[in-house]
Design a protein around this ligand. Structure first.
Ligand code: SAH
Length: 260
């Protein structure tokens, strides 16, 4: 008979048929002998420790913002990946989430979140409304939900939009709003945004994103850079106009138009 571990609440059936067995325990290298073997539910405890280790690594790699590190330590990334990939959930790697898309690696989620919080206006006022383009499995949206007042996240693939809804439901995060639509058009209903973040890389910066960004707001997005290489772009909107800063090379899935 299948038994559900308390650490893993029920999931609605997904497109991929899943065997009716309990999820595998999170076994992670270096976590043996954690002293919790006698605990009836080792999974939850292990996942706390493994996330703490991930956060340590993030901070060693240069992420310093306490709310970002706290959000990364809180959101359970293993709940957003397929059960077959749970053991890799806290490695710093992107993982497939279906339909040729990927969940971004933790270090880039943290990096982009930190960039959003680094905007001058945000430093003084806190992070208000955020628009995320590319909900995917909903992981980054959940992280953003911890550091922003409101998050509007838009996904063009219906199946992923639904998957994110299922993934986020048990977390009961009330400030993350999921939208099915073409994020290249932004989401005017929530505008103006204190920040816009894209998890998919385009050729050009959509005008709508700039229009929907509040003055004092910051946009962070992968974009085709010089030589066709994808780079991380930061755009700050000031009363004087848009100020663009090109950061490091990145590797995101493409930004596409339309809903499918
Ligand atoms: N933040 C996500 C990453 C998903 S990958 C996570 O944490 O899992 C990027 C996502 O952007 C994909 O799901 C892709 O379908 C979506 N995407 C690409 N172009 C888009 C567009 N124009 N509007 C909305 N979503 C888009």
């Amino acid at each position: 008979m299948s038994q559900r571990r308390p650490g893993f609440p029920a999931r609605l059936p997904s497109a991929v048929p899943q065997p009716s067995i309990a999820r595998p325990a999170l076994k992670l290298a270096g976590m043996q002998g954690s002293g919790v073997a006698a605990a009836p539910v080792g999974v939850g405890l292990d996942s706390v420790a493994v996330r703490a280790r991930m956060v340590r690594r993030l901070s060693e790699s240069g992420i310093t913002n306490p709310p970002v590190l706290s959000a990364m330590g809180m959101i359970e990334r293993h709940r957003f990946v397929d059960s077959a990939l749970v053991n890799q959930a806290y490695e710093d790697t992107s993982l497939p989430i279906g339909l040729g898309q990927t969940i971004s690696k933790p270090s880039i989620v943290a990096r982009m979140a930190e960039l959003l919080l680094g905007a001058p206006a945000v430093k003084t006022q806190g992070l208000g409304r955020v628009l995320e383009i590319g909900t995917g499995c909903g992981y980054q949206a959940a992280v953003l939900g911890r550091i922003a007042k409101e998050v509007y996240t838009i996904e063009r693939l219906r199946a992923l939009h639904e998957k994110a809804r299922e993934n986020l439901r048990p977390l009961r995060i009330s400030n993350v709003h999921l939208i099915l639509g073409d994020g290249m058009l932004g989401y005017p209903k929530g505008a103006p945004y204190a920040a816009i973040i894209s998890a998919a890389g385009g050729e050009n910066l959509p005008q709508q994103w700039c229009d929907q960004l509040a003055v004092g707001g910051r946009l962070v997005a992968p974009m085709a850079g010089p030589g066709g290489k994808q780079i991380l772009l930061v755009v700050d909107k000031t009363t004087a106009g848009l100020k663009q800063t090109i950061l490091e090379a990145v590797n995101f899935v493409p930004l596409k138009s339309g809903v499918a």
